[in-house]
Design a protein around this ligand. Structure first.
Ligand SMILES: *Cc1c(COP(=O)(O)O)cnc(C)c1O
Length: 411
């Protein structure tokens, strides 16, 4: 057995044990992996003047947020609710970048009240900040218009994307900045981690560094996230050293030009947490059909949506029968929609009652879960220094109806 096979065996046993203890379906996360990912970024980019703002929409459990804070992360929050979770987890206002899309003035008022770093992605918001909060610094989210490839729903830096202010509207940006004497303390760009090549990410980074020079009050450049991770064996991951050396050079040049030390922010989401998470389900039905074998599990796109939303690939392991003869299966959910997790997938023989795990589900797994079909959301468990902790209990039927109000009707 190779070292990685031994590791997988041990991991399988650990996940099986967690499932026996906490039930299925279950999300399990390992802090050890999150920390490894964090250290990789730090070793490539360094510490001094470098702020790793974890994009918490990937996984917002408070305990995970606290762990990331302890490691030395800030946060990227795309909604006020995420920012509030961050504050609750102990982050200070300035340690949170608020990067909403398409929100009105009230959200910016609150963001000012909380003291967040504010990242505006449209001219209306920029003008609103200038008019209503003239002394509050803002960061400007630019759309670099670099086609990053990848799935259309994840790719966000191209010309037709709703995100960011077009670099072709710099004149309008500069007019507003001048009109309201807005202090622009940062520029931002986010390419999306479905980016196909590091070169495309670097090209987009290069574009915003070019625009950064227009802002004499600039204190930081936020390169968002374009950090790719492998989901299947043929996938590549980002070359961090290459990206880091490119960024450092740009930072140095900009710092010289502006005659100050410009800092760096980045917003990795899935890079930090994806491979730290496992989603475990139970095989409930094995159904032979002509030319196919379907395996139904006690879950569906209500718990793990990425395969259906993005055609995402998640490796599957049969935890209960790891040495079984491998066969091809279609793994499907219990939702009354087409909710296929995997098609024609080789998995060790699956029997009813076996527990399976989907790998790489720490990011955009639980956080995209819903109550569709009136199904309950799973529990979340965190493994830290060899011990397991329940960090979100399984939902109950009472939770499901707890927000419904029954007026005195229809008796
Ligand atoms: C989602 C998001 C990220 C993180 O993206 P990943 O693909 O998970 O790394 C970073 N910044 C912003 C603004 C985002 O919306």
């Amino acid at each position: 057995m190779t070292e990685s096979e031994i590791k997988e065996k041990q991991l399988g046993k650990a996940l099986l044990k967690l499932t026996q203890k906490y039930g299925s379906p279950l999300y399990a996360y390992f802090t050890e992996d999150i920390e490894k990912n964090y250290r990789k970024l730090r070793s490539a980019f360094g510490d001094e003047g470098v702020h790793i703002m974890y994009a918490c929409k990937a996984l917002t459990n408070l305990v995970v947020l606290k762990f990331l804070k302890k490691l030395g992360c800030g946060l990227d929050a795309v909604s006020l609710e995420e920012a509030k979770l961050g504050l609750l987890a102990g982050f200070k206002g300035r340690e949170i970048v608020f990067t909403p899309s398409m929100v009105g003035g009230a959200d910016y008022d609150k963001a000012v009240e909380y003291g967040l770093r504010i990242n505006v992605g449209d001219l209306q918001a920029l003008e609103y900040m200038g008019k209503n909060h003239p002394n509050y610094p803002v960061c400007i989210r630019l759309n670099p218009h670099v086609y990053a490839g990848g799935h259309e729903k994840i790719s966000v830096g191209h010309v037709q994307s709703k995100f960011g202010i077009s670099i072709f509207q710099m004149d309008e940006v500069l007019d507003l900045v001048k009109k309201y004497s807005i202090r622009v303390d940062g520029v931002h760009m986010h390419a999306g981690s479905d980016i196909q090549k590091d070169e495309q990410y670097m090209e987009a980074i290069g574009v915003i560094f070019g625009k950064a020079e227009f802002f004499p009050d600039l204190e930081y450049v936020d390169i968002g996230s374009g950090f790719k991770i492998p989901y299947r064996s043929s996938d590549t991951s980002s070359n961090l050293e290459k990206i880091a050396s490119f960024v450092k050079e740009k930072l140095n040049t900009l710092s010289v030009k502006l005659n100050k030390r410009v800092e760096l922010l980045m917003e990795p989401g899935k890079f930090l947490v994806s491979n730290a998470g496992y989603f475990i389900v139970e095989a409930t039905v094995v159904k032979k059909a002509p030319g196919k074998t379907f395996v139904g599990v006690d879950s569906g796109f209500n718990h793990l949506m990425r395969p259906m939303l993005y055609d995402a690939w998640h490796d599957v392991i049969n935890l209960s029968n790891p040495n079984g003869k491998s066969q091809k299966y279609d793994l499907v959910g219990y939702i009354c929609e087409t909710d296929t997790f995997a098609t024609d997938r080789e998995v060790a023989e699956i029997r009813v009652g076996d527990f399976l795990t989907f790998k790489n589900t720490g990011a955009y797994g639980f956080n995209m879960a819903s109550n569709y079909n009136s199904k309950l959301r799973p529990a979340e468990v965190l493994v830290h220094e060899g011990k397991d902790y329940l960090i979100r209990r399984r939902e109950t039927f009472e939770d499901l109806i707890s927000t419904q109000v029954l007026p005195d009707l229809f008796y």
